[in-house]
Write a protein that binds this ligand. Structure first.
Ligand code: GLY
Length: 423
């Protein structure tokens, strides 16, 4: 890979904001273009990260050396494949490899084929709905019901009542998430906190990037509907205080995954994160994600001391064996602010104030679904997850206090956040 790079970063969420900040810190970054997100210090390009013709045009017009794809939607839709004829490196697994996230049925079958410990499940379609309903009856509550395809982080429902679980399964099959829920996975529930472990993979070798814990439910105390994530902390103490568990994850989950991919002729190069729980000292694999997490990236990336371009290079040139990631032992707590109406129907167009004040206090603020008013430059809400406010400190409680002080400085109509992130 060239020494100095023009980089195009796709996506517009807080994850991409954290990536942009980190990419800009690299002495190897010549210019950083972002589409469609607008982040400080970047050259913003309008367009959609799913418009691959436009991405290819930009690669040519702006002499882009490296494309970094943040969102799963672009990766699963095949951004790697779409750019494969061009003289550009792409940080994303190809669409074949991305099925690990793009189809939960594929992922579950992959886990079974490669003896990766994971909960019992049944895959249900309209032809097997009756068997699916009987499978639910054979389970104990709560019931885990997952849309097979991507659903913006909302496709996993955990339901405590059997009748409601049956109604949920039926409505998913009837099209609750469109094509994404034509197939539905009903899975045995595994108790306990879900931790995320992040890796970079170059087809052969891997580097552990660190851990995070994501708060997926909408309300305090892990109640309410599942969301794409309303807060995160890094490190996840359940992982980092337990090196034996990390070893078991690598031996029982990560290495069998890399071997299994190779056996199936799948060349996996990119980020991979494992969502798992610990049961009786053993890791149980819940899901693969073929990218960095959001909001987990906003708490993980600020802890990275190494140059992230080195990691991109390792992935793209299959040289991860020569690389390493140095992580700061600092703690990061990130609190997500959401718009009125999130997650069902977020309201747009409200003016956001206080972001700079929160930054002045020492918080990192990564904006997500926002836009800029062209008339006065005001930042407006433009979707569900508006921003993540991150506090960093030597100890978790100071990091949490700092994050919440920053949260209190930011305001917009209908602002909502959980109050128990990092507790
Ligand atoms: N926070 C979960 C995700 O990125 O999918």
């Amino acid at each position: 890979m060239k020494e100095f790079l023009n980089i195009l970063l796709l996506g517009r969420g807080g994850r991409e904001g954290a990536l942009a900040e980190k990419i800009l810190k690299s002495p190897r970054t010549r210019k950083l273009y972002t589409m469609p997100g607008e982040f400080p210090g970047c050259h913003h390009l309008p367009g959609s990260s799913l418009d691959f013709d436009r991405v290819a045009e930009i690669v040519g017009d702006y002499e882009i050396d490296l494309v970094v794809a943040g969102p799963e939607a672009s990766i699963v839709a095949g951004i790697y494949d779409a750019l494969s004829g061009l003289d550009v490196k792409v940080i994303a697994p190809d669409s074949d490899a991305a099925r690990l996230e793009g189809s939960k049925e594929f992922a579950k079958e992959f886990m079974i084929s490669h003896a990766i410990p994971s909960p019992r499940f049944m895959s249900v379609t309209s032809d097997t709905l009756d068997e699916g309903l009987s499978f639910l009856e054979s389970q104990t509550p709560p019931y885990v019901i997952k849309a097979d395809g991507l659903a913006g982080g909302r496709g996993v429902l955990i339901v405590s009542d059997l009748d409601q679980a049956k109604a949920t399964l039926t409505s998913m099959i009837d099209g609750l998430f469109g094509e994404s829920s034509q197939t539905v996975i009903v899975e045995e529930f595994v108790p306990g906190p879900e931790c995320s472990l992040f890796y970079a993979i170059d087809g052969e070798d891997y580097i552990y990037l660190g851990s995070a814990l994501d708060y997926k439910r909408f309300e305090d105390g892990d109640q309410g509907p599942n969301t794409a994530g309303l807060g995160a902390v890094s490190p996840a103490l359940c992982i980092d205080k337990n090196p034996e568990l990390i070893e078991k994850v690598e031996k029982r989950i990560l290495l069998p995954t890399i071997r299994g991919l190779k056996e199936e002729g799948i060349d996996y190069r990119g980020f991979l994160y494992l969502g798992l729980k610990e049961v009786d000292g053993e890791p149980v694999m819940l899901e693969y994600n073929v990218r960095l997490g959001d909001p987990e990236s906003q708490v993980l990336i600020p802890r990275m001391k190494s140059d992230i371009i080195d990691i991109f290079e390792g992935i793209a040139d299959r040289t991860l064996a020569l690389k390493q990631m140095e992580l700061s032992p600092i703690h990061a707590v990130g609190v997500v602010l959401t718009a009125e109406g999130y997650p069902d129907n977020p309201r747009k167009g409200d003016t956001i104030t206080g972001i700079q004040q929160a930054r002045n206090l020492g918080c990192s603020v990564y904006t997500g679904a926002v836009s800029t008013n062209p008339e006065d430059g005001a930042i407006l809400t433009d979707g569900g997850r508006i921003a993540t406010v991150v506090g960093l400190s030597d100890n978790p409680s100071d990091a949490r206090n700092l994050a919440y002080k920053g949260v209190n400085l930011i305001d917009f109509y209908g602002k909502y956040n959980r109050s128990d992130i990092g507790l």
